[in-house]
Design a protein around this ligand. Structure first.
Ligand code: ADP
Ligand code: MG
Ligand code: MG
Ligand code: MG
Ligand code: MG
Ligand code: MG
Length: 679
């Protein structure tokens, strides 16, 4: 979340009256940015991560662990030291930033300034993450710990799971049966989002995760921890009227999803063309990385039969009306909308020849008037569709103080819609009046338990992004197949149990072998001061960079007769290690790219440790966090093989995770031996 404006949010009945106003001015704001910056070129590679934490409080007497709701105090303290360091050392730029998040038990941190393409920045990511965790730790109570855990296993269970305790009866925004009002960040934006999603939808959100059925799980499983007979809010009866499914873990509030933590990466591109190219190329990578980083098998006191947060978050903010969801014929609503606002990407957006129209093969409704307006202004078809697709949504939070904006100098209305479209990738235009260029955000990954792992996945993705641009790889498969992969990625043990659709031939032309650094034509932006490769003595490049040329379609481009011939189902191991000369595998492509870089031996060794983690998680010689946690619970002496995760089991699990994170406990089936804290 960015800066939070303090103002008076409108309740849904009022806010909805400004929906067209926000959309119209949001598009005006986008067009101002477009006019000013569509030809902006030559931005260097800058990139950064976002890590979300949940703060847990250990009660070692009771052997219980709860979520600590002290976000406001903790952030105030962190803010104070940050200004302190900055004023003392004049280094505001390099002091990490902590941001508020949806959950009152959450924190988000980002590096103080983005990383550059320097190899030493790549190798500094882990230390930066550790530094941030250390800063957070220092400003917590002795028994509070910042966890990088995707979902808290006991969130929403009967009894006490927060410190201090609050009764869910007071959940005036969500009307949840399980989560109190105080689970949510008190800043007006968050309760309003929560309430307006419920009001717009016309009911509470309904999340049903398939339960992991164990040897002694009662069947059919009727969840006794649901207060079926509660009668406080009008929606209380929804559970018994069909919202809660048998054999599922039922959840009914935004907090279950937006209370999850994840790992996100943002990359600045050379120009808008490169940003769109990179966005598309990472779309098919998203489900693979979701499967590899799977880290959330435990929900509301139960073991789920899925390993990831994605569908939970998706359902937790699903504000679509019954008409939009296709349950009733359209009368009041304008569109039938196949997906929640939090969902996988529905449209490829690059105009490069590799993006064939057939790949955009799913229903992705767009606002025809907005589309027409963008086209009339000169925005191309694909980008117009992308924006007009995002803009089928209503703004959920409107502040009375900021309804009228200076559209030349603000992008608030644009961001209102843009930033409540939570997709696997986000195409980020430059903010108004800032030095920042066109960016792409990679959003599918689950946060990992240790900074070693978080750094490893960050480094892998930044290297893969350069390999894609350097070798001009073609990774397109139809979006419908990417969506199928998203569903598969979340299944239990997807890394080993599932196959994924992937492209058989990733090189642009039938004859070309991947090019070498020395054969790269000069940068497309060189006249504008773009990034010309800086070569070392051996002709290898000294840093990761932007501004790769996009050659026209080669004469011998491989265009099969039908799209179906372009892809096949592969195991994740095949996708990483390769299947043929025409597809050497993502890891090998990264190694081939590394060959073009001037990396000294020690740096090479450290990068190899990260890539080795990715390799070993892929081939199953190391478990994913999800698999490790599931196994921990199932082998706990107090586990009754009934799918339930008690306070006692959860306490021991979180103690173990904290010890692993601090390097005090070995988990050889989960982490390599060398993944010890390095500070
Ligand atoms: P959001 O919450 O909107 O996704 P954040 O501000 O939390 O974004 O995080 C943005 C990330 O992008 C941070 O890691 C930051 O270091 C990084 N970043 C900042 N400026 C740039 C830039 N010009 N190009 C690429 N990344 C950047
Ligand atoms: Mg966040
Ligand atoms: Mg953020
Ligand atoms: Mg933000
Ligand atoms: Mg979040
Ligand atoms: Mg983000």
């Amino acid at each position: 979340m960015g800066l939070l404006f303090l103002g008076t949010p409108l309740a849904w009945d009022e806010a909805r009256q400004y929906a067209d106003h926000v959309r119209t001015h949001g598009i005006t704001q986008f067009l101002h940015i477009w006019d000013r910056l569509k030809d902006r070129c030559g931005d260097e590679l800058l990139w950064g991560d976002e890590i979300e934490y949940m703060v847990a409080l250990f009660d070692n007497q009771e052997r219980n662990v709860k979520l600590s709701l002290r976000q406001t105090e903790i952030l105030a303290k962190l803010q104070a030291i940050v200004s302190d360091i900055a004023s003392e050392c004049g280094q505001a730029d390099s002091v990490p930033t902590f941001h508020p998040e949806y959950g009152r038990f959450m924190l988000e941190s980002t590096p103080g300034s983005p990383y550059t393409g320097e190899i030493r920045d790549l190798l500094g990511v882990e230390a930066n993450m550790r530094y941030r965790r250390c800063l957070a730790r220092k400003h917590l109570k002795p028994n509070e710990v910042p966890f990088t855990m995707t979902s808290f296993p006991r969130l929403g269970t009967p009894g006490v799971f927060t410190e201090p305790y609050f009764d869910p009866a007071d959940a005036v925004s969500s009307h949840s049966l399980f989560l109190p009002e105080e689970i949510t960040n008190p800043h007006a934006r968050f309760p309003t989002l929560t309430a307006n999603i419920r009001r717009r939808r016309g009911s509470k959100v309904a999340i049903n995760l398939p339960l992991f059925i164990d040897e002694r799980t009662p069947r059919p499983f009727v969840d006794r921890t649901i207060p079926w007979q509660r009668n406080i809010y009008p929606e209380d009866s929804e559970a018994k009227r069909g919202a809660a499914l048998l054999d599922h873990i039922y959840m009914d509030a935004m907090g279950f999803g937006m209370g999850c933590s994840c790992l996100q990466l943002t990359f600045q591109a050379c120009n808008i063309t490169e940003a769109r190219r990179l966005y598309d190329a990472l779309v098919p990578i998203a489900p693979l990385m979701l499967a590899l980083t799977a880290a959330s098998p435990l929900w509301r006191g139960y073991i789920a039969d899925v390993d990831c947060r994605w569908d939970v978050v998706s359902a937790s903010v699903d504000d679509r009306t019954e008409e939009e969801r296709g349950l009733k014929p359209l009368k009041e609503s304008r569109f039938r909308i196949p997906k929640s606002r939090y969902a996988s990407v529905s449209l490829y957006i690059s105009e490069y020849w590799m993006n064939r129209p057939e790949y955009n093969d799913i229903e992705a409704p767009h606002d025809p008037d907005i589309f027409e307006r963008l086209r009339q202004h000169g925005v191309d078809d694909l980008l117009s569709r992308h924006i007009a697709h995002l803009f089928i949504r209503d703004p959920l939070v409107v502040f009375s103080e900021t309804i009228d904006q200076d559209d030349q100098n603000s992008n608030d209305h644009f961001e209102n819609i843009q930033s409540t479209n939570w997709q696997t990738l986000r195409f980020k235009p430059p903010p108004a009046n800032s030095p920042i260029g066109w960016r792409v955000e990679f959003r599918p990954m689950e946060v990992q338990l240790t900074d070693f792992e978080n750094a490893a996945y960050a480094v892998f993705i930044v290297l893969l992004s350069r390999a894609i641009l350097h070798f001009n790889l073609n990774l397109y498969v139809p979006i419908s197949k990417v969506d199928e992969n998203m569903a598969r990625a979340q299944r239990r043990d997807a890394v080993r149990s599932q196959k994924f659709y992937f492209r058989k031939d990733v090189f642009p032309s039938a004859s070309s072998q991947p090019s070498r650094a020395s054969s790269i034509p000069s940068s497309p932006c060189s006249e504008h001061g773009g990034q010309i490769p800086i070569n070392g003595v051996n002709g290898k490049e000294k840093r990761l960079r932007n501004c790769f040329p996009l050659p026209p379609m080669p004469d011998d481009a491989f265009i099969p007769r039908s799209i179906e011939d372009e892809y096949e189902e592969m195991s994740l191991e095949e996708i990483m290690n390769g299947k043929s000369a025409r597809f050497p595998g993502l890891l090998n492509l990264v190694y081939m790219y590394l060959e073009t870089l001037d990396v000294d031996e020690e740096s090479g060794r450290k990068i190899e440790e990260y890539l080795d983690l990715v390799r070993r998680r892929t081939n199953g010689s190391l478990r994913t966090a999800a698999s490790w946690m599931r196994e921990f619970v199932r082998s706990h002496p107090a586990y009754k093989f009934d799918s339930a995760v008690s306070d006692e089991i959860n306490y021991d699990l979180m103690v173990a995770i904290d010890e692993i994170e601090r390097g005090l406990r070995k988990a050889p089936d989960f982490l390599p031996a060398n993944a010890r804290p390095r500070n």
